[in-house]
Ligand binder design. Structure first.
Ligand code: PLP
Length: 371
């Protein structure tokens, strides 16, 4: 067991939690049908409305017309729920893939509909002309905003303009951006946005949240919906601050506190903090002589919530020694996923993280490299 005071969790989820979020899980149990639970759900919903629409940011232009709902399952359940309720076997889905989570969305969609992928190398940006051509015939488009497997921030706003122009539904995985970066469900024409509790919301893992616009709610088809993931049913219950089935009461309580802490910090300051911390990580690693992954320009397409760095050749030869030296220092970071395993490492600046901890993360990587 890591020593709590000294352990530094820098994985891109789960992330460090504040003391109040942790303590919220240690309250006496109540029924998920009690008034107390409904009040908890409503508090979480109000915070989520704020985080999904970011309605206090200066250039916000649209009014929110959707519902935040909370799922007893991680964001993969939310991704499936969105696609399964908005499509059937005759639907044409375009799945944008430039990393592991874009590929996951494609795989989910293939179970429910006809899928045309627009695929580029992991870490590369999409060619918007190619996207437009594909979107022209689509009923629904799936996209990941912040690709956790590569640290690339994808152009949701630009693709949202294309989906709106071609009248396709737009479902976006904002798992590692929502709560840590700019995300505009309304202004970007997103029909369903999905996020996980254990990422930029800084809550414990196990539950996730969707923002469902009226247009998506109208398009949902109960006949094709999986029983546990019936969107219409979840929306009806969410209006009463309930879930259709048993809820994880402690996790909902923790989420309610986490989103209230986001409101207290304020979205502008929170986004600024994430920008500063991810820039500090990148600058620190580059000062150690390391190379950013992917090596693309412009830098505005890089994530503000996690940093991916290419392992030097000598570390690629024996990556387990490098990762072992980090673990020995009571710090947890992530390697690459799928074919990027042994090629890169990833650190997150999501969650309850101080600047001193960012500096410790950089120092620890420097020490592990020099061992
Ligand atoms: N999408 C992205 C971009 C992610 O980073 C993750 C988790 O790492 C997920 C979706 C959902 O994963 P899970 O359902 O395991 O929480």
């Amino acid at each position: 067991m890591p020593d709590d005071d000294d352990f530094l969790l820098l994985n891109p989820g789960p992330v460090p939690l504040s003391g109040n979020v942790r303590r919220a899980m240690d309250e006496p149990m109540v029924s998920h049908r009690s008034a107390e639970f409904e009040a908890t759900y409503e508090r979480a919903q109000q915070g989520l409305d704020y985080v999904f629409t970011q309605s206090t940011l200066d250039d916000h232009s649209h009014d929110s017309n959707g519902t935040s709902l909370i799922l007893n399952g991680t964001a993969t359940m939310g991704m499936e729920m969105a696609v399964a309720n908005l499509t059937d076997a005759e639907s044409d889905v375009v799945a944008l893939v430039n990393g592991k989570f874009g590929r996951r969305f494609k795989r989910i969609a293939e179970r429910h509909a006809r899928v045309t992928p627009v695929e580029v190398e992991w870490g590369q940006s999409f060619d918007l002309d190619a996207v437009e051509q594909a979107v022209a015939d689509a009923d629904l488009v799936t996209m990941v905003h912040n690709e956790t497997s590569t640290g690339v921030l994808n152009p949701v706003e630009a693709v949202g303009e294309l989906t709106a122009e071609h009248d396709a539904l737009f479902v976006v995985d904002g798992v590692t951006s929502i709560g840590g970066d700019v995300f505009r469900v309304d202004d970007w024409n997103v029909d369903i946005a999905i996020t996980d509790a254990q990422k930029a919301l800084a809550a414990p893992p196990g539950i996730s949240a969707l923002y469902v616009t009226e247009r998506a709610a109208d398009a949902a088809d109960g006949d094709s919906a999986p029983f546990y993931e019936d969107l219409e049913w979840h929306l009806r219950k969410a209006d009463d601050h309930q879930t259709p089935f048993t809820s994880s009461v402690p996790l909902f309580r923790a989420l309610a506190v986490a989103v209230e802490e986001i409101r207290e910090e304020g979205m502008e300051s929170r986004i600024d903090r994430h920008r500063r911390q991810s820039q500090a990580f990148r600058a620190g690693f580059e000062a150690l002589g390391l190379k950013r992954f992917p090596d693309i320009e412009p830098p505005t397409s890089l994530s503000n919530t996690l940093t991916a760095i290419e392992l030097p050749d000598e570390v690629k030869a024996a990556p387990e020694e490098f990762f072992g030296a980090i673990t020995e220092r009571n710090v947890s970071i992530s390697g690459g996923q799928a074919h990027l395993g042994g090629q890169i490492f990833r650190v997150s600046n999501m969650g309850h993280l101080s600047s001193a901890q960012v500096l410790r993360g950089i120092r620890t990587v420097g020490e592990a490299l020099n061992e």
